[in-house]
Write a new protein. Structure first.
Length: 304
């Protein structure tokens, strides 16, 4: 009789445990993690049909999603340090290529809207066995419209010297997109005209050739070759995606073609742009097809 009672107590206890376990599942479900996608690589084809040379890039991040390193095939190392303050962002970078080490220092002065008002940039280079020499000391000022879009910036070859103005770029904004860019660089002017689709702007596509913030190609200025990387600090981004660009170059009032390009986008199941295919005529008047910029991503899961 005792054994029967013991068995009944055991069964009741097991039902109680099972009931508690169900309650735990009911009131404390396993939550799905938040997923973030961080840009890992930007890859360009090896053959270049006449664009300003840009290298494929790989990005490395800290646990709090700050970029610590950007590498490309032309350098053996690329250490990046970023210091965020309420009114400015300081960046310093060391790159090594063969026997030369390059030291870049960049300061972005921000307003209360997190827009860059001006940038100061200094570059030193050092060849193996020799002293450092300064190769750049430039600055840039930025102007925004009432809606927060970047409408003009001026680059000075020598910081503090207004007579060293070397590059002026103005933007025309229509329906939330940059539809026209006009550049004055020395005695030469350029005009870029853009048309857009009706889809949400894919931010990584800013790294594609001849995109807004990626047309200047000013050599020697780390800021201009990395504006897509810093574009969140240059006002509102485009609303939609560029699907066509037409360029012109003006010298002594003579206009010549400077690129005519169509862009085709591919997205994956997570709505991430994985490649942008370009076809048309480059700024060097070279016809090309299927010039593809590819993107890959890190997947980061966040559990609360």
């Amino acid at each position: 009789m005792k054994s029967v009672i013991y068995c009944l107590y055991t069964i009741l206890f097991l039902f109680f445990i099972a009931s508690c376990s169900d309650n735990v599942k009911l009131y404390h479900p396993i939550e799905e993690p938040e997923v973030k996608w961080l840009l890992k690589t930007v890859e360009y084809p090896e053959e270049n049909p006449g664009f300003t040379t840009r290298y494929s890039q790989t990005f490395f991040y800290t646990d709090d999603e700050q970029v610590t390193k950007i590498t490309n095939p032309s350098t053996t190392d690329s250490l990046l340090k970023m210091d965020y303050k309420p009114s400015k962002i300081s960046l310093s970078r060391i790159t090594k290529s063969s026997s030369t080490t390059t030291y870049d220092s960049l300061i972005l002065k921000l307003n209360d809207k997190m827009q860059t008002e001006y940038a100061l940039h200094v570059t030193y280079r050092q060849q193996e066995g020799k002293d450092k020499t300064k190769s750049n000391d430039d600055s840039t000022t930025f102007v925004y419209d009432a809606a927060g879009y970047l409408i003009q910036f001026d680059r000075y070859s020598y910081t503090g010297n207004n007579s060293s103005l070397s590059h002026t770029e103005t933007h025309t904004i229509v329906d939330g997109n940059i539809t026209e860019i006009n550049i004055i660089s020395g005695r030469t002017s350029y005009k870029y005209t853009y048309t857009y689709d009706d889809k949400e702007h894919a931010i990584p596509a800013e790294y594609c050739y001849e995109m807004p913030l990626n047309v200047s190609g000013l050599s020697g200025c780390w800021l201009f070759t990395n504006m897509p990387f810093l574009s969140e600090y240059f006002g509102k981004r485009n609303k939609n995606n560029v699907i066509h660009m037409t360029g012109e170059r003006i010298i002594n009032e003579a206009i010549t073609p400077h690129g005519d390009i169509s862009y085709k986008y591919t997205f994956d199941e997570n709505n991430l742009v994985t490649q942008v295919e370009m076809s048309g005529i480059s700024r060097s008047e070279t016809k090309f097809e299927n010039f593809t910029t590819s993107f890959s991503y890190y997947k980061k899961e966040i559990y609360w």
